[in-house]
Design a protein around this ligand. Sequence first.
Ligand code: DGL
Length: 289
Amino acid sequence: MKDAMRAEPTASDGSPKAPRRPTIGVFDSGFGGLTVLKALLELVPDADYVYFGDTARLPYGSKSVETVGRYAVEAAHYLESHGAQMLVIACNTATALALDRITSAAHVPVVGVIEPGAEAAALSTKNQKIVVIGTDATVSSHAYRTALEARGLSAREKACPLLVPLVEEGWVEHAVTEQVAHIYLTEAFADGFRNADTMVLGCTHYPLLKSLLRRVTPDHVNIVDSAETTARAVASHLGQLVPAAGQEERRALPRMKFFATDSVEKFRRLGERFLGHPIVDVQHVDLKE
Ligand code: DGL
């Protein structure tokens, strides 16, 4: 995979040439994948990004395998046609339901969010018991359970469908959200999983609720953010983890181009909350069914 991303070590006259910055395509059903892009910007600043948010067709979390697969493949092709040399499927639902289909349809390397999340959970746990929270579709697919069981871990998956709309409403520190999260997590950390020591945030929106979730999760539990772990997986694929501060100057800031299938204005407004940076270059895309 690294070889696919490295190019032109020398110019035609044989003189050393600066390595070309890779273009990474990031796909999500909407705004949530911007949490993964945010983590990527920190860990892999030496790249350019094209982001596709399928805002006209979200949520994916309540849709079927067939529909999510078809939408995700269209988006993957769109990103490739805009120069993506690698695809990051930032959406947990699309990864859970369609990673194999996307990987077979794509012509470039594809990284999903579930394997990195499961790997981080495996490194975190001491008692092999993991709670995963996500959308209905992610939980019904049991993709996290499969990935965790393959590492010898037991998993309880808990669907928390109300959390996505609450985050999109901006209620990330709201008493209602706290109460909803408390109800979900009380159900998740029960019976055989009362002492689970690791919880995976298996949805793009949940990193925005990290401090609220910290308050309602038992103190002994380590929270794994799949946005961060996915960015680390991409960084190691690219072999370009950021050097320690001060050791090497950073090159130009990443260029970012965004595509959204619904309102550009709404993407900009909501997206900035997820990304934590201004969103400037957004283009509307009309994907024909
Ligand atoms: N991006 C989705 C995920 O990570 C959440 C939003 C949706 O349901 O489309 O599962």
